[in-house]
Design a protein around this ligand. Sequence first.
Ligand code: BG6
Length: 518
Amino acid sequence: MPEPVHSNDSMVCDLSESRKPAEPCSMVIFGASGDLTARKLIPALYQNFKDKQMPPTFRVVGFARREKTDDSWRAELRVALDQFSRTKPVEDAVWREFARNIFYCQGDITDGADYKKLEELLTSFGQAPLRENALFYLATMPSQFGEVIENIHRADLLHRDGSGWQRIVVEKPFGHDLASAHALNNELTRFAHEQQVFRIDHYLGKETVQNILMFRFSNSIFERLWNRDSVDHVQITVSEKLGVGQRGGYYEEAGALRDMVQNHMLQVLALVTMEPPVSLEAESIRDEKVKLLKSIHPLTPDDVARQVVRGQYFAGVVDGVACPGYRQEPKVKSDSNVETYVALKLFIDNWRWSGVPFYLRTGKYLPQSASEVRVQFRRTPHVLFAAQCGERLDQNAIALRLQPNEGIYLRFNGKVPGTSLAVRPVRMHFSYNSEFGAYTPEAYERLLLEAMVGDATLFIRRDEVETAWQIVDSIRAGWDGKALSNREFYSAGTWGPVAAEDLLAQGGHVWHEPQPAT
Ligand code: BG6
């Protein structure tokens, strides 16, 4: 293992020094009794509070229909925190101090009068910023977004221009195709500017995903290789060992393409391939991502037939445990044609990447849970050791390991010690854990803070969402509602349908399994 580089202060460039601190504000969660609040939002806020990252004064207000008091809601959240907190055990004293800022507002999101109650609650906090600076987190069904936004506007809590700041935070699904995303975006901006809308893609909250830009643009040795002259192809794998479980109802409407490719995978692709932004401003970075997404070569139905593989798992075994087929999962139709796996080959029409294949794959019930970007470099122009080692030496590669075992490794060839002239691939490995200690913040911790500070860099802009839908829609149009063929099924616990191997074989490539880090 390489020795860690010991940094001294002059080498650490802390970009957060120029950041403005979060101002006093209230965060209002609509649909607060849902799973997300207890599993993700409250644990992230508690952690931020514990780490002294929250604004000096803040309130968290849950808005939902069920009857609860402030105290009963706090007690419920406390129990959930024991289960979902990133750091355990939960510190009681910290929790008690944090929980004093949590309130519950019983209300029906369809009833305008209940928003008046919310307005009164925010006013009762007695400090102008706690009423005027507000983060409205819409943890409701997307079909309710428009109504909630209209109601908060009518209750005088949301303005395009006025005192304080108000922001709307939403999560995917951002529609189910371009037309619905467009309509949804219109709803979101009926009473707010686009700059007030913070669309979450939790992949952007992951440290390793954020590190992609740092890795590319703060080193001089890699970026000059990052183009068609050196790169043979790129593989992006986001594999999951779990099936759809209890989410069959949602998944039947989504499928792997909408669930993972439209958002997480295209975001990772954009970060790996975009041009350097002119600055670190949110808009500069998002401009580059959009430019990149727009350069993805459009897929015709014929291209889809050649370049996209879908699959659905049937019963199999993962880690020695028998798993049901997708069609046997709860809330899934017994003749469902929804894909639980998708692999695609994309090309990017620009000077940097012209002709370089980008292979993306994601699926449920695969043998590993791992997300990795592998940049595979071209072969050497001549093999000096061909007589001894054969014509085909292993190609150099850089893998950005996004999760788990977060890190980066460089694969190159080295001499096997001894008198023989044997060459074999070896790895140089940077591991987050060995370099920085076991610190893996939850994506929501960072994202909620950024939303409070008002930095939109890690959130998705309207045109990004819509451009990504264009790509996904063209693939769905290619599938044209056709039923899955026998070749498109895979056994749970395997790496997807055979056709996915063929997709790479056409270009003389093979999938590389994400490497368990050592
Ligand atoms: C979600 C998808 O957005 O991302 C899930 O809806 C998927 O289906 C999840 O399991 C994967 O996220 P992570 O952070 O576990 O890689």
